[in-house]
Design a protein around this ligand. Structure first.
Ligand code: SAM
Length: 209
């Protein structure tokens, strides 16, 4: 938890309490339904919570913003972001029901009221969002295809609506067709070795003018 406060020192008491509760909730639920690897559970705050919150280093979602987390798995990056931005609504989607069982239990355990979950492939979701966040789900061309038409055209933020994707490694090849993509190195935000190769990609939605 000190790790979170190191980078996000202005959390409210309620946010601190929710972040603190995450560890016990995931430890408990992960024993019943394995959604997070053993090694990752031991380093939950580094590998999952802080990593998810890299998005909050780039953007402060405004009150009322709608965000979808595609392929949320055990709730990342959606749950840490929902704690960080209590005035925004988060839609966490995954195609595997047992993962969402864990997410729903964690959401209930925390008393989070700004999270909705749907068991579905994202292609079946018919709604629009200010931002679509994700981590480790599909290569960018596939992902872009899946979420086409799901980004709202009404702009309310300092950066353009679109995709915010947490990715690792060399992205040159994967992003070569996306000339508007902006890549942020997580080492600009965090000093831990874990983030050395990690990146956040912002792909603004293209709009006809
Ligand atoms: C490697 S896991 C990543 C989970 C989580 N985002 C994380 O970083 O811990 C990929 C997740 O994407 C989900 N997924 C894959 N394709 C999907 C699709 N088309 N629609 C919804 N979820 C999908 C899988 O069920 C799986 O839970």
């Amino acid at each position: 938890m000190e790790l979170i406060l190191k980078y996000f020192p202005n959390l409210s008491e309620d946010q601190i309490s929710k972040f603190e509760k995450l560890e016990a909730l995931y430890q408990d639920w992960n024993l019943k339904i394995n959604v997070v690897s053993r090694k990752d559970i031991d380093e939950l705050y580094l590998r999952h919570v802080l990593h998810s919150l890299a998005i909050a280093k780039l953007i402060s979602f405004k009150e009322g913003a709608k965000i979808m987390d595609v392929g949320t798995g055990g709730g990342f990056p959606g749950i840490p972001l929902a704690i960080m931005f209590p005035d925004c609504s988060f839609h966490l989607v995954d195609s595997i029901a047992k993962k969402l069982k864990v997410v729903n239990e964690v959401v209930d355990g925390l008393g989070l009221t700004n999270v909705k979950t749907t068991h579905s492939r994202v292609e079946e979701i018919n709604d629009t969002y200010d931002f679509i966040v994700s981590r480790a789900v599909a290569a960018m061309p596939t992902f872009v295809h899946w979420v086409k038409g799901k980004v709202s055209k009404k702009q309310n933020h300092d950066i353009k609506n679109g995709i915010l994707y947490l990715k690792g490694g060399d992205l040159t090849e994967e992003l070569k067709d996306y000339t508007t993509a902006k890549i942020y190195n997580l080492t600009d935000y965090y000093s831990e070795d874990f983030f050395e190769t990690k990146k956040l990609v912002h792909l603004p939605q293209k709009f006809k003018v």
